[in-house]
Design a protein around this ligand. Structure first.
Ligand code: ADP
Length: 483
């Protein structure tokens, strides 16, 4: 597994190319052979036709000579000369046709040689002026005829041998052609099958070597985002293993940063919350006159300091909650809880604030029960109710309600306050999101309350939703399953 990705891609392309080149070269060789068989067959036919023709021409020439001797017709002399030229040209043609076939060329050379002898013998009958003359005597005539007959027979025998050789080529041709066609078919079929095998083998190799490794890399990215342990490190020296290496290092760095953050938050929870609580306790004691009476201004300042400290403690608590949610340490202690009691605790917590805002918090008595972490669900209800009070006009109502379904209980906190614009409906559940951060009412908040509520509800297996109409009010609802 030491091959780099670029080398693997090169192999993936080069192997089929090499295979195709071998395939095409071999196939062209087979086709050339097949053409050669067809060419030899055509040549054999041509040679046979010319050889037969030659026999006829020679016979014609001899007959022309005899005719002249018998009739003395001058036209025969011209015909005799014409036939001679034709025979010579055909012999030359056959010579060039068989130039690359020495065995068969031999027959043509013999024909040529015997024809020359026939010709020179016959030519003794032709005078220098082109007239035929009588042989010296009857005996000479007989010998001359015999000599011409002998040479003619030898010429025809050579022609016959040539024809036989060509016929055997002709006979073998269909078989050779069939063989060569079969070879082309076999090679084509083998080529297609090998091509398919090669393609699948390469795909398998590439899949095993690359795609599956890339899959592990992709799986690691989702594991990282889901806070799961990463897969074992990929071995090898290719680009994927380098990437995997970097990814593991990055995950380690992230885990380290997370650990540092958790330590920091733990440090805040101990080192900041404890003194804040002591200061709060002292302020409450001063406010209640435990250390003696204060002037009116002193009382006002202490109350203001108490309120600010309250907000600070709330912020620290919210930051700690967010940290718990992010690190997956939000532990729930579930038990069967009365919904009525949850509502009462909620109203109790927001009562001061509601009175100050002139808002009434109401709910219908009920005997519903639900399995949940009561303190966390009260935290959700308090946060939703506080928001509802904060954004409602004096004299209006905030209503808590609950209804039972087949699978669980749905809680709602409804107000008739300013409402939330449609484009912000999903966004208010994100951290530090506020509809109008410049608004003094919102400045008192942190933008962490709703994301915490959402996480607590989801940790119970439920869902927090919002319906709101600008200027008319909002209804926050959450569903808690029975188990
Ligand atoms: P905080 O109240 O601390 O700012 P939250 O996460 O609880 O943070 O709320 C986020 C924002 O959602 C608020 O700042 C406010 O703009 C908007 N919001 C929440 N509840 C209501 C409501 N009942 N009516 C109008 N706006 C609301």
């Amino acid at each position: 597994m030491t091959m780099t990705l670029s080398k693997k891609v090169f192999v993936l392309v080069a192997l089929p190319v090499v295979f195709q080149i071998i395939f095409v070269v071999t196939l062209s060789g087979l086709l050339v052979r097949s053409n050669e068989v067809a060419r030899r067959e055509a040549m054999a036919k041509d040679v046979i036709a010319n050889s037969n023709e030659l026999g006829k021409l020679l016979y014609d020439q001899a007959m022309t000579a005899s005719r002249y001797v018998a009739t003395r017709d001058p036209v025969s002399v011209k015909h005799f000369q014409k036939l001679k030229l034709e025979i010579q040209s055909k012999l030359h043609y056959l010579g060039t046709k068989l130039a690359n076939d020495p065995a068969n060329l031999e027959h043509v050379l013999k024909m040529n040689q015997t024809y020359k002898q026939v010709d020179s013998t016959i030519s003794t009958l032709v005078s220098d002026s082109g007239q035929l003359r009588e042989p010296a005597s009857a005996l000479a005539n007989v010998e001359l005829r015999k000599e011409v007959g002998d040479y003619t027979n030898r010429f025809l025998a050579s022609g016959q041998s040539l024809t036989e050789a060509m016929k055997s080529i002709e006979r073998e041709s269909p078989e050779a052609e069939a063989q060569s066609n079969l070879a082309v078919m076999i090679w084509l079929a083998a080529g297609v099958i090998l091509n398919i095998i090669l393609a699948f083998s390469l795909a398998y190799y590439f899949n095993r070597a690359t795609t599956s490794r890339l899959g592990i890399l992709v799986d690691n990215t989702s594991r990282l985002s889901n806070n799961q342990e990463l897969n074992q490190k990929l071995g090898g020296g290719d680009e994927i293993s380098h990437l995997d290496d970097v990814f593991h290092k990055m995950a380690q760095a992230l885990a380290e940063a997370k650990r540092v953050k958790q330590e920091f938050v733990a440090m805040i929870s101990h080192d900041l919350r404890t003194p804040l609580n002591s200061v709060m306790w002292v302020l409450e004691s001063i406010e209640s006159g435990f250390y003696g009476n204060l002037s009116e201004t002193g009382q006002e300042r202490v109350t203001a300091a108490h309120r600010s400290l309250d907000r600070l403690v709330k912020l620290v608590n919210e930051l700690l909650d967010i940290e718990k949610i992010e690190s997956g340490n939000l532990d729930l202690h579930t038990e069967i809880a009365c919904v009525q009691s949850l509502f009462e605790q909620t109203r109790e917590s927001v009562l001061d604030f509601a009175e100050k805002q002139g808002v009434e918090v109401t709910f219908q008595p009920n005997d519903l029960e639900v399995n949940c972490d009561s303190s966390r669900i009260v935290q959700v209800l308090v946060n939703l109710a506080s928001n509802a009070i904060k954004f409602s006009e004096s004299g209006s109502k905030v209503t808590l309600s609950a209804s039972e379904g087949t699978a669980g209980v749905t809680f709602s906190v409804a107000d008739s306050g300013r409402g939330i614009p449609p484009h912000m409906i999903d966004k208010v559940f994100e951290r530090f999101r506020q509809v109008d951060p410049a608004n003094p009412k919102e400045r008192k908040g942190t933008g962490l309350g709703l994301p915490i509520c959402k996480a607590i509800v989801e940790a119970h297996g439920g869902k927090l939703t919002l319906e709101s109409e600008l200027g008319k009010g909002s209804v926050f609802s959450f569903f808690l399953p029975f188990h």
